[in-house]
Design a protein around this ligand. Structure first.
Ligand code: NAD
Length: 482
């Protein structure tokens, strides 16, 4: 087992206590950098979800529900500070669990701390309105927590996604049941234990690791859950929404993407180039907002393919602890999926590909690959690969760029590179996506910026103040006093 762990990951954290899952079942834990089995995690099931929902209900109706907004904020702020103190240990745990290069894992831990700082500060700044109405009435609105919120998190950015989802839910007074991904639950458990250490009342945050088809399905179908926040694949998101619909429970879905960066011939190429490649290979391409399509105006096409290709050839891939440009993929399954996409690219021109050096045999490595001259309807230009694979697609004019950019089922984010201010405004309006970046990509991932998709990328918004609205329900009070 990992040296850095101060808790037993074969247990769940329910009601402020570490408890073995009912039946005591476990799942194996693998290090993606080597493929070695390095321990075991809890395989929680329906009975554990029942216990977690009961404990969250008690917290919401009890101590946590009575905690004033300012005090909730103080607890979250203190938790953010503790997370910031533990950045290095959290980064090492995450790197071993998900294969993320240490620098990137560290950035995730810092982002978690920042989410807690932001939502801690916002907790007592969310309020309702008074509404002018008929003579003799006073009308006002109250923003109230949903109650028990379920959080289903994927393996690619566990700390960031927990920060934006659980952080906002706790800030607004909900009690949470968190089901981390079976491939990445260690930092979720660490986080919940740190929350306990700073005085979060028992039951306000419960963590049940386990399989999606067991613990995940039990959580989404549970009648005691009042809101579900899901981040993951389109197929699972649809199942989650169906299950929630049976209980008429609201759902936020953060799903995948096929996000473009559109480079016009007047772009500042020097500024754009690092973003074009990094946005495709960060976290080894396992990023929902990865920029997997690069749309280039034809005049620049050859030059850009050459520049980007050279960057790809220089990329270094290694173990998470080597802290290079890219690490392994999360699992053998993900490696198989990405290799399948690479095989479907056979016959296409490869503008650049990283060389895999001397790597552990069992690790889940693939070579980051850039395809050029790809038709917009090719599977590599339409379907989410979730690996370090980008395509370059040429276009002639603005209208064609918009048509290609909007020509997938997804609509998560997009980047536009042009010096023409009027074109920037037109493109920002024309692109169907939850976020549009002008002359940048990702805007540094700011926690303040509402985030979410349209189309198959999902619905609802997380991050920023917008998330606080999503995690509350609005009550209108109309008082007649004559
Ligand atoms: P996934 O859908 O397989 O799993 C996500 C989570 O859902 C895991 O915790 C899993 O255990 C759980 N789950 C699986 N089956 C379930 C079920 N029947 N009921 C309830 N829960 C279930 O996705 P993944 O492979 O872990 O993640 C990759 C996908 O997630 C990609 O498509 C990616 O784009 C998307 N993603 C989106 C965002 C975003 O913010 N938009 C962020 C990260 C990942």
């Amino acid at each position: 087992m990992l040296q850095d762990l101060w808790f037993d990951p074969a247990k769940c954290l329910i009601g402020g206590e570490w408890v073995a899952p009912s039946g005591g079942a476990t799942l194996p834990l693998f290090d993606p950098s080597t493929g070695e089995e390095i321990g075991a995690i809890a395989r929680g099931g329906a009975a554990d979800i029942d216990a977690a929902v009961a404990s969250a209900t008690a917290a919401w109706q009890g101590a946590w529900g009575r905690t004033p907004a300012a005090e909730r904020g103080r607890i979250l702020t203190a938790l953010g500070r503790l997370v910031a103190e533990k950045v290095d240990v959290l980064a090492r745990i995450e790197a071993a669990d998900v294969g993320k290069p240490l620098k990137q894992a560290r950035a995730d831990a810092l982002a978690l701390a920042r989410y807690l700082e932001f939502y801690g500060g916002a907790a007592d700044k969310l309020h309702g309105d008074t509404i002018p109405y008929l003579d003799g009435y006073t009308v006002y609105t109250l923003r109230e927590p949903h109650g028990v919120t379920g959080h289903i998190v994927p393996w690619n950015y566990p700390m960031q996604i927990i920060g934006r989802s659980v952080g906002a839910a706790l800030a607004t007074g909900n009690a949470c049941v968190l089901k981390p991904a079976e491939d990445a639950c260690l930092t979720a458990l660490a986080f919940a234990d740190l929350a306990r250490q700073v005085g979060l009342p028992e039951g306000a945050l419960n963590v049940v690791p386990g399989l999606g088809s067991e613990a995940g399905a039990a959580l989404t179908a549970h009648p005691g859950v009042h809101h579900i926040s899901f981040t993951g694949s389109v197929a699972t998101g649809a199942m989650v929404q169906e299950a929630a619909a049976r209980n008429v429970v609201p759902v936020t879905l953060e799903l995948g993407g096929k996000s473009p960066q559109i480079v016009f011939e007047d772009a500042d190429l020097e500024a754009a180039l690092p973003f074009l490649v990094n946005a495709g290979i960060q976290n080894c391409g396992q990023t929902c907002s990865a920029s997997s399509r690069i749309l280039v105006q034809r005049k620049l096409y050859e030059q850009l393919a050459e520049f980007m290709g050279a960057r790809y050839a220089a990329l270094r891939v290694g173990r998470a602890v080597d802290d290079l440009d890219a690490g392994p993929l999360i699992s053998a399954k993900q490696k198989g999926l990405v290799e399948g996409f690479l095989a479907r690219g056979e016959g296409l021109e490869i503008a650049g590909q990283a060389q895999l050096g001397d790597l552990p045999d069992g690790g889940y490595y693939v070579a980051p690959t850039l395809f050029s001259g790809v038709a917009p309807d090719h599977t590599l230009a339409q379907d989410e690969v979730f690996g370090p694979v980008q395509v370059i697609i040429p276009f002639d004019d603005e209208a064609e760029a918009v048509q290609i950019a909007n020509g997938t089922d997804y609509g998560l984010v997009a980047g536009v590179w042009t010096r023409d201010g009027a074109r920037q405004m037109r493109m920002a309006k024309a692109i169907r996506a939850g976020q549009v970046f002008l002359n940048n990509y990702g805007a540094g991932g700011g926690v303040e910026l509402p985030f979410g998709g349209i189309g198959k990328s999902g619905h609802g918004r997380e991050k920023g103040f917008e998330a606080l609205y999503g995690f509350t329900t609005l009550k209108t009070v109309a008082a007649f006093h004559g």
